[in-house]
Design a protein around this ligand. Structure first.
Ligand SMILES: [Zn+2]
Ligand SMILES: [Zn+2]
Length: 64
């Protein structure tokens, strides 16, 4: 029986992580995505980037 590299338990089936190459059981990652729990968090490439919008108030004087 293969051994999960994450939890160290002997399991029926392990999946090789496509990111780090560790073999993990179904409890220690996503076999469908082939990502262990460590790499599942790393998968996020999207960074919330907010531009600082400085609102410059322009006052127009209208004399009439
Ligand atoms: Zn495991
Ligand atoms: Zn991994």
């Amino acid at each position: 029986m293969p051994i999960c590299a994450i939890c160290g338990e002997e399991v029926e089936l392990v999946t090789k992580c496509k990111m780090c190459g560790e073999k993990f059981c179904s409890d220690c990652g996503d076999p469908d995505e082939k990502l262990c729990i460590y790499c599942m968090d790393d998968d996020d490439d999207w960074v919330d980037k907010e531009d600082w919008d400085e609102d410059v108030g322009v006052e127009e004087e209208d004399e009439g």
